[in-house]
Design a protein around this ligand. Structure first.
Ligand code: SF4
Length: 450
């Protein structure tokens, strides 16, 4: 079995050892001062790789300045250009970035064009030493793949194999693959299918793991920990990102914890064995230093068992620094874990992107308000997305969506249909609620999980 190692600046992805922690700026890349400041903070906090939105040639030029300034300040964290929808931009970014992220679902409309443009991109990457992430997302698969396999884990795996074969045809092996979804079952299944397929083919390319649009707070942390841990127990995954709808600095300690959890005694990574349950209800005691450490440890240990249905419920005795955890917090953790593993839905399911340079409004604030005003809508999947470039595609599972559309404008979606376009932001949450209520009244759309 050949295991490919990929160089991304000063990081080697695919080596034995801990999964490499990475994150993404949520600044406008053209705002060089803010982007530089955030890169410095993220790097100091422990991000080993940082991605920036690179939607056009102006952003490529800004990325170059940001990279040069960081290097002058002796910050050598590799930078990744996040490109969608433009092979020209990907080509230009290959000369500047340490890695270029492309999305096969929107790299080029026509597959024959995609093949030609991808060959040009690999040639440019060979010259500059740039790696490529083939970043496939549930919800933004190409039409051809969806037509053949549906928007399924199988389709995600097939799309990845197709692009791996394209890279191999170009004699380019510096590729990293991701298969993200906000649904923990879809995400873990897709990675498992791809990993088995790569084993069959005899070549394992590094995998970038992440639950996309995981949301914020405990819910976002638990969802990410459950899915990443499920895969890391199996030895699947080389670099991880925890996407939270929060300041990206908050992502680092969470990802660090998960990465360290699977670095058993600093020896060969990913040798940690899962717990062995002896019945459908797993009883366990925890005494952790902080509530956050309890949440992450218990999610890593119990979530995978819940996700693969080895257990149906948990019975926990939890102390934080020796003091018993309040019952309501414990109950909330249990509800969140059941929901993250899609075993029981006790509140609406939220799909919220982390925001990036394409977000032109205060996503964190809006998401909190949407959560507050829709908390009674158990059984609904509600999305809050930062932009209408990737947002509509990536909220694949959502029943209703609040999607940013430039400055102070929002489009309200029912499933994939934009119902109200260009709504002023101050009216948008009201209109989202009105639409949901109207639909429920007219029985146009009813919740699923109740
Ligand atoms: S959906 Fe969110 S994270 Fe994705 S590109 Fe748009 S703003 Fe950025």
């Amino acid at each position: 079995m050949k295991r490919v190692q990929v160089r991304v600046g000063n990081c080697i992805i695919g080596e034995k050892g801990r999964a490499i922690v990475q994150t993404m700026c949520n600044t406008q890349t053209l705002d060089i001062d803010s982007s530089l400041k955030q890169c410095r903070e993220l790097s100091a906090a422990g991000a080993r790789i940082i991605r920036l939105t690179t939607q056009g040639l102006k952003e490529v030029a800004a990325l170059k300045i940001i990279k040069e300034s960081l290097r002058e300040q002796a910050i050598f964290t590799p930078l990744v250009a996040d490109v969608h929808f433009s092979h020209e931009v990907a080509l230009a970014a290959a000369a500047v970035a340490d890695k270029v992220r492309i999305n096969p679902g929107n790299f080029a409309k026509d597959h024959e064009v995609a093949k030609k443009e991808f060959e040009k991109l690999t040639d440019a990457c060979k010259k500059s030493g740039c790696a490529i992430r083939i970043g496939i997302n549930h919800g933004s698969l190409g039409e051809r793949i969806v037509h053949k396999y549906g928007d399924t884990p199988e389709g995600m795996k097939e799309a990845a194999i197709e692009w791996i074969e394209m890279a191999e045809m170009c004699a380019f092996d510096q590729i990293i693959i991701s298969l993200k979804s906000s649904n923990t079952i879809v995400m873990t299944r897709a990675y498992e299918l791809l990993y088995r397929e790569m084993q069959k083919r005899g070549v394992i390319y590094p995998l970038h793991l992440g639950v996309t649009e995981a949301g914020n707070g405990d819910e976002g942390r638990i969802k990410s920990a459950v899915a990443l841990a499920s895969l890391l127990y199996e030895g699947i995954g080389d670099t991880i990102r925890v996407s939270l709808t929060e300041n990206p600095l908050n992502e680092i300690p969470v990802a660090e914890y998960i990465s360290r959890f699977f670095d058993k005694e600093g020896k060969e990574a990913r040798t940690r064995k899962p717990l062995k349950p002896d019945g459908p209800v797993l009883s366990r005691s925890y005494n952790e230093k902080s509530y956050e450490e309890f949440v992450l440890r218990a999610s890593c240990e119990l979530g995978p068992l819940m996700l693969n249905r080895s257990i149906d419920d948990i019975n926990l005795d939890v102390k934080i620094s020796g003091i018993k955890l309040e019952d309501n917090l414990l109950e909330r953790f249990r509800d969140n874990l059941l929901q993250a593993t899609r075993r029981k839905f006790s509140r609406p399911e939220y799909i919220a992107c982390p925001g990036c340079g394409r977000t032109l409004f205060d996503l964190e604030k809006v998401f909190e308000e949407v959560k507050m005003r829709t908390s009674h809508l158990k059984g609904y999947n509600i999305a809050v997305m930062g932009c209408n470039v990737n947002g509509p595609g990536e909220m694949a599972d959502a029943d209703y969506g609040y999607v940013g559309e430039g400055r102070n404008r929002v489009t309200i979606y029912r499933k994939e249909i934009p119902v109200y376009r260009s709504v002023p932001q101050e009216r948008a949450i009201d209109m989202l609620l009105e639409l949901i209520e109207q639909d429920a009244h007219n029985r146009v759309f009813l919740p699923r999980h109740v």
